[in-house]
Design a protein around this ligand. Structure first.
Ligand SMILES: [Zn+2]
Length: 71
């Protein structure tokens, strides 16, 4: 997580907290992790849209078009 946004990485293993990693969108930052329970409970963090698009495109997952233009 960087500055309140969740990014996706190509890492296959969990990096050590404090390790500098490169995200799919090209951003670099220090790895910060929370327990998955914590993460599920408070969905206050924004998913990085660029990381999300790249991640989904690579896996053939449709984009979340339904979220655009609706409230
Ligand atoms: Zn990103």
């Amino acid at each position: 997580m960087i500055e309140g946004e969740w990014h996706r990485t190509r890492l296959t293993k969990i990096p050590a907290p404090g390790q500098v990693i490169t995200m799919l969108c090209g951003a670099t930052g220090t790895a910060v992790f929370e327990l998955s329970d914590e993460r599920r409970r408070r969905e206050i963090h924004r998913q990085c849209e660029r990381c999300d698009v790249i991640y989904r495109r690579e896996r053939g997952i449709p984009l979340r078009q339904d979220r655009i233009g609706h409230t």
